[in-house]
Design a protein around this ligand. Structure first.
Ligand code: GDP
Length: 310
């Protein structure tokens, strides 16, 4: 172990989000004190508010799960927000952490940082070896800048700042708004509504052939806490399940979980995005971590949360 969480004050940025809330749940058994800030306390886009928060709270460690996130359409519709908001949030938090002498920092990126046609499964060292997928390049550029921020503060000041790149995540607390969500919550909601309405068809965007890797947010949180405690190096680490499915296969699994027997049809006016996004899980496996929640079990859990909360 390189970092002992016992008795530490850990700030989880983005605690209301799907990943942040999972991290807060996961930290409950680590003997540390979790610190959070809602927007009224610190608007993360405002440097002065973030600095004042760090000065008064003096966290020992930071897990940075705050970000402006969204699916393939939201990324395309709100490029300025995806780039500006994320650059501001990460710059403010990284620098405030530095000024407040934070001991350990984990920056959270995304698998979309990798080139559109990266060799699969995507290894960590494919970063910046090719052009990005245009539908999410704004978010990707911001997240690449975040990795570099963490690396640069590590290099210049010797801080123990690390980065993790999670794959497509899903779970309780996900965004189920069909216009801005990622594919998993969208498909869960669409299949559920098709069943409820007695529809003969459910529509998925694009051709259904793109392949994506999925990880439950509780598995992700477990991996992040594992890295926080056991990893210290400049290179970012992929956090994934190591397995992918096509969007059509995903839809079929969701249909099974929901109990829907209609037809799946494609809306070809919507983009496919990157053809495949499977990350290599070798580095994280090599460190001794692996996921515990299978895809079907995870989908059932996310669907149950949706039923209880919508
Ligand atoms: P990406 O991983 O950055 O491409 O983002 P998404 O999770 O939004 O989309 C993944 C894939 O699922 C893309 O090929 C989408 O076209 C496809 N997809 C199919 N149906 C839907 C849907 O209803 N919503 C979203 N967001 N994606 C969908």
């Amino acid at each position: 172990m390189t970092y002992n969480l016992q008795g530490k004050r850990i700030y989880v940025a983005g605690h209301r989000g799907m990943v942040g809330s999972a991290v807060v749940r996961r930290l409950a058994s680590e003997g540390c004190e979790v610190i959070t800030a809602d927007r009224a306390r610190a608007d993360l886009k405002r440097q002065s508010e973030v600095e004042a928060f760090f000065k008064s709270e003096r966290p020992d460690g930071v897990i940075m799960a705050a970000a402006k996130v969204g699916g393939i359409l939201a990324n395309d519709l709100y490029p300025a927000e995806f780039l500006y908001d994320n650059l501001m949030i990460e710059s403010n938090i990284v620098h405030a952490a530095h000024e407040a002498d934070v001991e350990k920092f984990l920056f959270l990126g995304s698998s979309c940082i990798y080139p559109k046609y990266a060799e699969q499964p995507i290894r960590e060292d494919s970063l910046l070896t090719g052009a990005l997928e245009p539908t999410n390049e704004w978010y990707a550029i911001a997240k690449i800048a975040g990795i570099k921020l963490a690396q640069s503060y590590r290099k210049q000041y010797g801080h123990d700042y690390i980065s993790a790149m999670p794959t497509n995540l899903y779970g309780p607390g996900d965004n189920f708004d069909l216009k801005t969500s990622h594919v998993m919550p969208a498909i869960i909601r669409k299949v559920h509504e098709a069943k409820m309405n007695g529809d003969k068809e459910v529509v998925v965007w694009g051709t259904g052939t793109p392949r994506r890797e999925f990880l439950h947010s509780d598995d992700c949180a477990d991996a992040l806490v594992f890295l926080f405690k056991n990893y210290s190096a400049p290179e970012h680490v992929n956090v994934g399940s190591g397995e992918d499915v096509s969007i059509l296969e995903l839809t079929q699994i969701v249909c099974e979980v929901v109990g829907y027997e209609g037809q799946v049809v494609n809306d070809l006016s919507k983009p496919d995005g990157t053809p495949r996004k499977l990350m290599s899980a070798d580095v994280l496996r090599g460190l001794g971590w692996q996921p515990k929640i299978g895809l079907k079990e995870g989908i059932l859990n996310a669907y149950s949360w949706y039923l209880e909360n919508h």
